[in-house]
Write a protein that binds this ligand. Structure first.
Ligand code: ACO
Length: 380
């Protein structure tokens, strides 16, 4: 077999998929035939999850039935709250979510079945539970009691409701829905690949999703939105943006978080939409600090990258940081919120993977020594 190395699996196709199409040259993201610009701001997160899972947008009756299937899962076992209370202070919300998903398997009477019906059942449950898991951890670490979700509310609204204990405004729910729709799916990104690779051993859904949460946590992937906010906070003012960016780029291998993408070589369409959401929130609230700083960062990056003949544009994580900040979420919750959305995409891919599976087993080109002979330990 020819030994071709594609580091970072760059350009490697591992299978066929009918879920998502990305044209990185044109800045196009398509869910099941629908351009993301067609969906964001028009479809609810539940409609998009249905689309990703079933291949078509639901009609009214199908959406009502889907919501009715989600409603009984708007609760989490109290053991998850006990777990959260037992975690050491300073545990990150992503680490807590990873542990919670793993724990949930223990409360499932049929965690291991990978037949279509069982995988769909678990997927429906996780779609309903992810926002609650994330909101409950935030409340518990802030010394508050978790809030019981309301089965009559949507996933987006329940997230806001269980986080704050107050019924969210239609405007906040709309912004949340847009953010969830934009983050729901993105082809064979690192965490989705990890989910599919894990499932390819025919292990259970909880294991695949736990692994995916772990992969999303990384700063080169979903963790970048938290890193963007941390950077904006460290920078602190509009004037300090340029020196900060120049300082990062001056370091060997320096990366400005929230910029660059393996697939997009023009602006990530999700970033384009979130930029406008961020602009809108800044105008409404009269607090444009984070948005203005983000624009300045984009300007300096554009200028510096152009000097190097590179196109390194904002990705989805960049403007989501200022959006979430203006919605009042703590910075380290941004990546778990990404997971609340991406569970829809992960599950869509697990359905495909389990339905037509081949174990994933790539190779490594061996570069170590050969031909050594064993020396007993006392003679080494
Ligand atoms: N800051 C500065 N330069 C960058 C950045 C960045 N954020 N991203 C890419 N570049 C430059 C690199 O210097 C590289 O130049 P070189 O070829 O001279 O070394 C070139 O652009 C290509 O970058 P690679 O790192 O080779 O791209 P890769 O596809 O391997 O990595 C990644 C993509 C991980 C997203 C990278 O752009 C990065 O580290 N970005 C910052 C982290 C981030 O925002 N991640 C979120 C991505 S979106 C998501 O996962 C949800």
């Amino acid at each position: 077999m020819e030994q071709t190395i594609n580091r970072g699996l760059d350009g490697v196709y591992i299978d066929e998929s009918a879920i998502c199409f990305i044209d990185g040259g044109k800045g196009q993201l398509v869910y099941r035939g629908y351009d993301i610009r067609e969906l964001a701001g028009k479809a609810s997160f539940e409609e998009v999850a249905y689309l990703l899972w079933r291949g078509e947008l639901p009609d009214r009756a199908q959406l009502d039935a889907f919501r009715a299937r989600l409603a009984p899962y708007f609760r989490v076992p109290p053991a998850v709250y006990d777990l959260y209370r037992s975690l050491p202070a300073g545990t990150s919300p992503m680490a807590a979510l990873r542990s919670a998903v793993s724990l949930l398997a223990g409360f499932d009477e049929q965690p291991d079945g990978v037949d279509e019906a069982n995988v769909h059942r678990i997927g429906t449950q996780l779609l309903a539970q992810f926002p609650l898991l994330v909101a409950a951890f935030q409340r518990i670490r802030a010394g508050q009691e978790p809030v019981e979700p309301r089965p009559d509310l949507s996933v987006a609204a329940n997230f806001l409701y269980t986080l704050t204990g107050e019924e969210p405004s239609p405007a906040a729910t709309r912004v949340m829905d847009v953010a969830l729709v934009l983050h729901a799916e993105h082809g064979s990104n690192a965490s989705t690949f990890v989910a599919r690779a894990t499932a390819s051993t025919l292990t259970d859904v909880y294991s695949a999703i736990t692994a995916a949460v772990g992969a999303l946590k990384g700063p080169l992937h979903g963790g970048a939105n938290t890193a963007v906010m941390k950077a904006l906070e460290e920078i602190g003012s509009l004037e300090a943006v340029e020196p900060y960016v120049m300082g990062v780029l001056a370091k060997p291998g320096g990366r400005v978080m929230g910029f660059g993408h393996r697939v997009y070589k023009v602006l990530d369409p999700r970033a384009e939409i979130l930029k406008e959401v961020s602009r809108g929130l800044a105008e409404e609230s009269g607090d444009s600090k984070w948005f203005e700083m983000s624009l300045e960062m984009e300007r300096v990056m554009d200028r510096e990258m152009a000097k190097k003949g590179k196109q390194v544009k904002p990705n989805v994580d960049f403007f989501s940081a200022s959006v979430y900040r203006m919605l009042g979420f703590p910075g380290d919750m941004y990546t778990p919120i990404f997971a609340v959305a991406r569970i829809a995409g992960w599950m869509a891919h697990l359905y495909e993977q389990y339905a037509d599976n081949r174990i994933m087993r790539p190779r490594l080109v061996y570069t170590g020594p050969t031909g050594k002979t064993f020396t007993p330990i006392d003679e080494r």
